[in-house]
Design a protein around this ligand. Structure first.
Ligand code: NAD
Ligand code: FES
Length: 281
């Protein structure tokens, strides 16, 4: 059993929980994920790690209810428990495993969209702790949906917040900010990490391709069981077949066929799609 130490709303329909999970906290690295199961019969839900405290033995997760299971998570409060909290799973971000001297040479831009800000935070924090201050763009639909702004401002080089409706920070989608920074404000980047909804990652990649900035994306949204068994997270990276939960979740965004990946995401989000997956197991 894994005790929930803190549970609450971060913004809008976005929830945060701090969970006592010392083994996960001890071994996890930015980019990895965990699988949560609420009770014996609960569905396995893969969620990215937003933060961890190795000394306190805690892991912070951020999620948005999108189905029956994540909806049930929102009823949990401090003192309740998860039946399973398995991890760390998947590969850590390359930036945290490459030789530090190589990473220090890079001018890094993170692009975080909505709930995708949660998996961006631990990467930026890890880099800051290792003497590298990356720039970060955070995009949200409106002011009320901006998350982790204070936390990111403490670890980012420059933080650019933008809202689709212009109610806070800059105005417009994250892709506009990428273009403005590079073409109007003279910023130079040679590495980009874009994490958020699939459609955002698709358009970020189209933008950075044009600007010649290699870009990593996280294919976490297409995962279903997160164990390499169901096949739902199969993704073409160039001409190679990869599984997001085992080989990823982070891949070269310029090699991903987002239209195919988005079709798969829609299929397996339905009850029918999940039933189909169960049949194939
Ligand atoms: P959202 O729809 O509010 O979008 C966030 C930002 O993305 C927007 O403010 C905008 O700046 C940008 N964006 C959206 N559409 C765009 C487009 N067409 N072109 C350019 N930029 C665009 O985000 P949300 O509702 O918080 O997102 C929820 C989604 O995030 C879920 O579907 C979930 O799967 C995904 N998510 C992804 C990851 C990951 O690892 N990739 C992690 C957590 C959540
Ligand atoms: Fe099922 Fe990757 S999520 S194989």
């Amino acid at each position: 059993m894994y005790k929930i130490l803190k549970a609450g709303k971060l913004a809008g329909n976005i929830y945060e929980m701090v969970v006592e999970a010392p083994r996960v906290a001890k071994h996890c690295l930015p980019g990895q994920f965990i699988i949560v199961k609420m009770d014996e019969v609960g569905e396995r839900i893969p969620l990215t790690i937003c933060d961890y405290d190795r000394e306190a033995g805690t892991v912070t997760i951020v999620f948005q209810p999108i189905g029956a299971s994540t909806e049930k998570f929102t009823t949990l409060k401090a003192g309740d428990t998860f039946r399973d909290f398995v991890g760390p799973l998947g590969q850590p971000s390359d930036l945290c495993t490459e030789p530090l001297e190589e990473v220090k040479k890079k001018k890094i831009l993170f692009v975080a969209g909505g709930v995708g800000t949660a998996p961006v935070y631990p990467q930026v924090k890890w880099l800051h702790e290792h003497g590298i201050d990356a720039d970060v763009i955070v995009g949200a639909k409106t002011k009320d949906l901006v998350i982790l702004e204070k936390e990111l401002s403490e670890v980012a080089g420059n933080l650019y917040v933008t809202t689709d409706d212009g109610s806070y920070g800059r105005s417009g989608m994250v892709t506009k900010v990428i273009e403005d920074l590079v073409t109007k404000e003279g910023k130079v980047y040679d590495h980009c990490v874009a994490i958020g909804p699939m459609i955002m990652m698709k358009f970020c990649c189209l933008t950075t391709k044009k600007l010649n900035i290699p870009t990593i994306v996280s294919m976490n949204p297409i995962m279903v069981d997160g164990t390499g068994m169901c096949g739902a997270c199969r993704v073409m990276v160039g001409d190679e077949v990869k599984f997001a939960c085992v080989d990823g979740p982070e891949f070269d965004g310029h090699k991903i066929d987002f239209d195919v990946a988005m079709k798969r995401q829609t299929l397996y989000k339905t009850e029918e799609g999940r039933a189909l997956l169960k049949l194939r197991e």
